[in-house]
Design a protein around this ligand. Structure first.
Ligand SMILES: [Zn+2]
Length: 400
């Protein structure tokens, strides 16, 4: 048990790895919520504790199994983001393998947390039945309306469209090793939710509403009762006029030893103009490279993402891309010079950079690919659709 503290509530809570679990009497989905993978974000943990104990009291009909897991317990107890490594950047295949193999005395507190969470997740997946849903609960350093960050697969798009919230696609292209990308690569519905500022009371309320809505949308609660509309309203009113899909087109990465400072006063989703000064690097001005909306400006010490820029994704683009992905249009791409499959499984393409400029990044996005640099001559673009476990979700209401 670890004792964690919420500034918003001025309250302590004792939690272990599994904060709470509920096994329904009837078959249904397996739901996994993760709170506090960043230790300075206790909001989700407190909200999970509240919702799970309310559900137990109310004795509602539950379909399936529900788990509330805690993230970086070591850091949660200390109220810091992490010890040495960001626990939400360690989930690459290589680093998981290395951590699992290493003796505990060689590992940072953060890596030890990964080891424990990994084992817990594997045990839950092995002992429970699909469909699986993963929700990763976060808060931000600056003020924000609640929003969802989604790895861009059609399964994720379809499921997240149910929430009255802004949906931000493509974060996986900019971040290495977040937990959710790892789970998405296993083919499950998995996405992140940002509920508000770390220590705001409204962030806990927004978390509570989100957790309940997720249970309705995934079929844990079968009927939409008055409580459903109440929670829906909580989120809808927070994000009015912003309920769209957005795409990230720029990330400002903070380098080691760089002194980064946001211009004070920006809020998330605030429109910025090309060349507007948004931050300072070693006292030099950083200007927006294009007009767009500012996303996740960093107003805290730890972290290496200074800010992102996003733009709205037109509806027509979403439609075209869903058609092209269903017919697997991408299978034709290796017919082009300079494009080949990266492996026999045909889920990633190697694109020669000499010809990559011919394709806008948007073109690959359209087809469900996200790009990563592999070396000087080639770009690796990975398909988000190939792994998706459609079979597991085929009878779900939201997919049909
Ligand atoms: Zn976080």
């Amino acid at each position: 048990m670890r004792k964690i503290y919420s500034k918003a509530l001025d309250k302590n809570l004792e939690v272990s790895r599994i904060i709470c679990k509920i096994e329904g009497k009837k078959p249904g989905p397996t739901i996994i919520f993760m709170g506090g993978i960043h230790g300075n974000e206790p909001s989700g943990v407190f909200a999970l504790q509240q919702v799970f104990s309310e559900i137990k009291k109310k004795k509602k009909d539950i379909f399936g199994s529900l788990f509330a897991l805690s993230g970086n317990l070591w850091a949660l107890e200390k109220g810091v983001r992490y010890q040495k490594e960001d626990l939400n950047r360690l989930w690459t295949e290589d680093s998981i393998k290395k951590i699992i193999k290493s003796g505990n005395n060689q590992l940072s507190e953060d890596a030890l947390q990964l080891k424990e969470i990994y084992k817990t997740l594997v045990a839950i997946i092995e002992n429970h039945s699909p469909p699986f849903y993963f929700f990763d609960l976060h808060t931000t350093s600056g003020e924000t309306i609640p929003f969802i960050t989604v790895n861009d697969s059609l399964l994720n798009r379809k499921f997240t469209k149910q929430y009255p919230l802004p949906l931000v696609l493509g974060i996986e292209e900019y971040l290495e090793g977040p937990l959710l990308s790892y789970i998405n690569e296993l083919g499950y519905v998995a996405f992140g939710y940002e509920a508000g500022q770390h220590d705001a009371l409204s962030a806990i309320e927004n978390h509570v509403a989100f957790i309940y809505l997720s249970l309705y949308f995934s079929g844990v609660f079968k009927e939409k009762d008055p409580a459903f509309y109440q929670y829906f309203e909580v989120l809808a009113k927070s994000s009015i006029h912003r309920i769209h899909f957005y795409e990230i087109f720029f990330r400002y990465q903070i380098l080691p030893r760089e002194h980064f400072k946001m211009q004070p006063g920006f809020v998330n989703f605030q429109p910025v103009k090309k060349d507007q000064v948004v931050a300072f690097s070693n006292n030099k001005k950083i200007k927006a490279i294009k007009t767009g909306k500012l996303f996740m400006p960093l107003y805290q010490g730890q972290g290496e993402d200074g800010f992102f820029l996003i733009k709205r994704v037109p509806k027509i683009f979403l439609k075209i891309s869903s058609v092209l992905r269903r017919v697997r249009f991408d299978k034709l791409l290796p017919l082009l010079p300079g494009v080949s499959w990266a492996s026999g499984t045909k889920n990633a393409l190697l694109v020669n950079k000499k010809i990559a400029w011919l394709f806008a990044r948007e073109f690959f996005h359209l087809l469900g690919y996200r790009s990563k640099q592999v070396n000087k001559t080639h770009l690796l673009v990975k398909n988000r659709e190939e792994a998706a476990k459609y079979e597991d979700y085929k009878n779900e209401k939201w997919l049909n």
